[in-house]
Design a binder for this molecule. Structure first.
Ligand code: NDP
Ligand code: GUE
Length: 293
């Protein structure tokens, strides 16, 4: 078993981005500026925001957090989106998901200017990604691809099973893993809550990507000997021994699964840190106008 160490890989990527930023600024470019809108309280989102702000400071980006109470109207939220769209200093921004039930996530995602959509959630970016055109690739799938590349994991001809079909992780991940390029060329199976015999399907995976949002759901009996296991899950679970009162758990029971895997990501210290790198990379691309002029 080899650990896919998100901490080591992400700190390498961040130091590379930091140099890029310094060169960009030395050449007269402006400091990249990433903003986030956070509505209400969600454990995974708060974890993400805290981690993102720290990273922006480390690599020399400006970061802004815009916070609203959970009872904000959709109209007011759309106004906030429009104001970031029109703010010339902001290169890219994200609206943290999930949003409260009374707000349509699709309406909000479509309101974000595709040029500033560093989450890659706007239909234009999703469509361009599907067609293999230059696009912002959502940060988590992007981070996972980067991890596979940096660990030199072979993907061609492998069976990749993805648990979860969400717009933010499962779906884009599945599309990327089947593309005719490295990392990709997998035979992909997308699974979800209506999938029958999930365990048996997972047992045929050479690469298993787990994003369902249930702490420690995947156990050793789901795993083929030697599989690559990518754990995307982030859940806060009550833990009285921690100062914060909670521990962060993935969707994979690490202790159980690790001995059977060839490569495995830990949580924390795995995919989450790579997501941040994906977001920072997209923001640098936005500042340098690499995808859209
Ligand atoms: N590390 C990181 O950077 C990130 C972590 N996350 C974390 O990843 C997890 C998943 O997030 P997200 O994709 O947004 O979650 P969603 O809740 O949007 O999607 C979950 C998916 O899992 C499927 N699912 C739920 N229960 C089961 C089950 N018992 N068996 C099979 N499939 C099931 C759902 O099926 P159906 O479609 O039928 O409902 C759905 O497709 C969460 O813990 C989240 O916090 C998310 C983003 C980034
Ligand atoms: N519009 C939008 N885009 C997202 O990409 C998005 C979102 N909304 N909503 C919430 C989920 C969750 N998510 C995380 C990303 C990184 C960490 C992360 O950095 N985790 C670290 C730190 C954990 C810790 O603080 O201990 C780790 O796993 O090691 C966590 C969670 C992005 N998401």
């Amino acid at each position: 078993m080899q650990l896919l160490d998100g901490k080591a890989i992400s700190s390498q990527i961040k130091s590379e981005i930091k140099i890029e930023v310094e060169n960009w600024i030395a050449a007269g470019g402006k400091k990249p500026h990433l903003a986030a809108i956070l509505v209400g309280q969600d454990g995974a989102s708060e974890t993400y925001v805290a981690s993102k702000i720290r990273s922006c400071e480390e690599i020399g980006f400006t970061s802004t957090l815009v916070k609203f109470e959970a009872d904000i109207t959709e109209e007011k939220l759309l106004e906030a989106v429009a104001s970031l769209n029109n703010d010339a200093d902001v290169d890219g921004f994200i609206v943290q998901l999930p949003l409260p039930k009374h707000i349509s996530e699709n309406t909000v995602m479509e309101a974000v200017d595709p040029k500033k959509d560093v989450d890659g959630f706007h239909p234009i970016n999703v469509g361009r990604m599907c067609k293999g055109l230059p696009a912002y690739i959502s940060a988590t799938p992007f981070g996972i691809l980067e991890m596979l590349i940096r660990a030199g994991i072979e993907t061609s001809g492998k069976h990749c099973v993805v648990i979860g079909r969400s717009q933010i992780v499962g779906l884009p991940m599945s599309i990327l893993m089947q593309r005719n390029e490295y990392p990709g060329n997998c035979t992909v199976t997308i699974t979800h809550s209506k999938t029958k015999n999930l365990k048996e399907v997972c047992q045929t995976a050479d690469i298993l990507i787990v994003a369902l949002g249930r702490p420690e759901f995947v156990t050793a009996d789901y795993i083929k000997e030697g599989a690559v296991v990518i754990d995307v899950g982030i859940s806060r679970v009550a833990d009285a021994t921690k100062k914060s009162g909670f521990a962060i758990k993935g969707d994979v029971n690490f202790a159980d699964v690790a001995p059977k895997s060839s490569f495995i990501t830990p949580v924390p210290g795995g995919v989450g840190l790579m997501t941040i790198c994906g977001l920072l990379t997209n923001t640098l691309k936005a500042a340098r106008k690499e995808i859209y002029k």
